[in-house]
Design a protein around this ligand. Structure first.
Ligand code: 5RP
Length: 235
């Protein structure tokens, strides 16, 4: 294996430590993104080499493929119904364990799966830590039908809310909007600072074309933070 970059060493350290929370027989939600991919690889190794028996519920088609390739039994959330835990990455976390997620475009399945779990464990490198959420653009998943109208409604809704910026763009993949696993689009909101994340989340989700937003408020239970030197903090 080639030498890992410092950021990958930190992500790997967090993922490896979080894998220790997983016990035999558990149903585990598997997050999406590069940190979650390390987790899937770590769990796959435990399955193949230590005989760990788990059932994985992936949060994206990418993670489903990765988990199958790693030798993890994969089922849908409807088959599993309820999960012992979900382990996933984050784009930002604050001191109250609130998060911004969705940089990888999988926020909808990630929120559904995390909410259907006894525990959500977030794995991240230390660079994701912030005082106040909002430096990372907030992803908002919207229905393609009338999305430009939805975008205007989102921008108007931001007026008067406790945010520093209001620029809003549709996420692109080449020349066309990026399409999520559910066939939706993503608006990225450049808010810079989110003063009241709970209020913002509730208000955004009241707009008819909005499916879900990337604010995870009171969903994460445990944070596992990795550093490049291999040190890990659990909060
Ligand atoms: C995907 C996510 C990811 O967890 C988030 O983007 C972090 O990704 P990475 O681990 O690659 O930094 O929310 O929708």
């Amino acid at each position: 294996m080639p030498e890992l970059s410092p950021i990958d060493k930190a992500k790997f350290a967090a993922a490896k430590r979080a894998a220790e929370f997983v016990e035999d027989g558990m149903r585990v939600g598997l997050g999406t993104g590069s940190t979650a991919a390390w987790l899937v690889r770590c769990l796959g190794e435990l399955v193949r080499e230590d005989g760990l028996r788990i059932t994985g519920v992936p949060t994206s088609s990418r993670t489903a493929q990765l988990a199958r390739d790693a030798g993890i039994t994969v089922v849908s959330l409807d088959e599993a119904r309820w999960l012992d835990m979900t382990i996933d990455g984050a784009d930002e976390f604050d001191g109250r364990l609130n998060l911004i997620k969705g940089g990888g475009g999988a926020l909808l399945q990630e929120k559904i799966v995390a909410t259907a779990s006894d525990q959500m464990i977030v794995i991240a490198d230390i660079s994701k830590q912030v005082e106040t959420l909002g430096a990372f653009p907030l992803p908002v998943e919207v229905i393609p039908f009338g999305w430009q109208t939805t975008k205007v409604l989102v921008e108007e809704t931001l007026i008067g809310l406790d945010v520093l910026g209001r620029e809003c763009g549709v996420r692109m993949a080449g020349d066309a909007p990026y399409v999520t696993d559910e066939g939706n689009y993503i608006l990225d909101l450049h808010l810079h600072r989110i003063g009241n994340a709970r209020q913002l989340s509730l208000v955004l989700n009241q707009i008819p074309g909005v499916v879900e937003n990337g604010l995870f408020i009171d969903i994460c239970d445990i944070l596992v933070i990795g550093q490049a030197d291999g040190r890990v903090a659990v909060r």
